[in-house]
Each structure stands twice: as C-alpha cells, then as structure tokens.
Design a protein around this ligand. Structure first.
Ligand SMILES: [Zn+2]
Ligand SMILES: [Zn+2]
Length: 147
C-alpha cells in the first residue's frame, strides 16, 4: 500500500486522464488555487490567483477550465446571493460543507455537510425527493446581527 497522500492537483490530473480529458496548466492551476484556500472565491478571484500561480495563463482560459471542471464533477459551485457564485473542489477532494448566509450583513458561514441529513432522509423517504442543498446558501440572520 502506498502511503504518500496525493495532492488535489495530482488526483485531478489522474481523474482527467481516466476520463480521456486533457490535463492543462489552467485546469491544474484552478485546482491548486481551490485546494489552497478556505475562502469563498469568485471566478474572477480564482482567475487572478491562477494567473499569479502560473504566469502566462489567460483569464478566459481559467474561466473555461472552471466550467470544464464543473462539468466533470471535480469542482462544485455555490450561489451566495448578492455575494455571487463561489467554487469548491468537489467530492472527496474537499470536506463537504453547507453555507449559511446572513441576509443582514452578507457574511457566509461554513457548516458541516451532514447537518441536514435527517431532513434529507425524511424527504427522500416521505416524498421520494432528493434534497441537494450544496449549491445554494441557506439564508438567515447571523449571531452578530441578531443580537
Ligand atoms: Zn450578519
Ligand atoms: Zn464553503
């Protein structure tokens, strides 16, 4: 058994190859940017950082890479309301989490991805409905604004 953990960029490269997709510098740069942040970056911010990481990559190429990685299921996006859309590595490459957005101040909190599991199971059982809350932020009022 190999014990060396592979980085997200290597894992992504392998998965791209398995699918017969090209491993491009822009695609790898996007994964590296996402793997190295806990922030909620917009496509524009990812573009900026990818350019810094690998000078010579064009912004438009980064956006296309982001779309492609989304189609391949390697990157997910979340709608954060006015704060725009943010991106995360998908599946086992990133800890699953949900987003809480404060409607007063716009701040975004990450919470464990399984907190809605009881609701998810109930909806599935009672209605056959498959809840997919990962792509939206749950809206409410944060502790600071509520006090
Ligand atoms: Zn707030
Ligand atoms: Zn997040």
């Amino acid at each position: 058994m190999a014990t060396t953990a592979k980085g997200p960029a290597e894992v992504t490269a392998e998965r791209l190859r398995e699918r017969g997709e090209r491993v491009t510098p822009a695609r790898l740069a996007v994964v590296e940017v996402l793997a190295n942040t806990e922030e909620h970056l917009s496509a524009e911010q990812i573009g900026e950082r990818a350019e810094q990481l690998r000078p010579g990559i064009h912004r438009a190429t980064v956006y296309r890479a982001l779309d492609a990685l989304g189609e391949f299921g390697l990157v997910t996006h979340v709608h954060l309301g006015r704060a725009g859309t943010t991106y995360h590595l998908a599946g086992d490459l990133a800890p699953s989490h949900l987003h809480l957005r404060c409607s007063e101040c716009g701040s975004v909190l990450d919470v464990a991805g399984n907190i809605l599991d009881p609701v998810r199971r109930k909806l599935q059982r009672d209605l056959g409905f498959r809840l997919a809350p990962e792509q939206v932020a749950l809206v409410g009022v944060c502790a600071d604004c509520a006090s």
